[in-house]
Design a protein around this ligand. Structure first.
Ligand code: SF4
Ligand code: SF4
Length: 77
């Protein structure tokens, strides 16, 4: 499952709102990585609050650290 890249979802994303130590530690920008996919270079994992995010719940996402993962299309493995 993946999230759609919409302004509404971007507004709900916790990545860039100070909640994520990985975002801060790696000086990431933007957010909504569950729709946009992983960053390069791959961020060092320092914690991920995605499962507290409304997008995560509403889109039925699984797993964390979308900024480090390949995003699979629905039906992908
Ligand atoms: S699930 Fe994670 S990457 Fe996706 S919108 Fe929420 S905080 Fe951002
Ligand atoms: S996907 Fe998770 S670890 Fe990566 S920036 Fe967003 S909240 Fe942080």
């Amino acid at each position: 499952m993946m999230a759609r890249h919409t302004y509404e979802n971007m507004g709900k994303c916790l990545c860039y709102k100070g909640a994520c130590p990985t975002f801060r530690h790696n000086n990431l920008s933007k957010g909504l990585f569950c729709a946009l996919g992983k960053r390069q270079p791959l961020p060092e994992k320092k914690g991920c609050p995605c499962n507290s995010c409304l997008v995560w719940v509403e889109c039925g996402l699984t797993g964390l650290y979308f900024c480090t993962r390949e995003i699979l299309e629905e039906g992908g493995r």
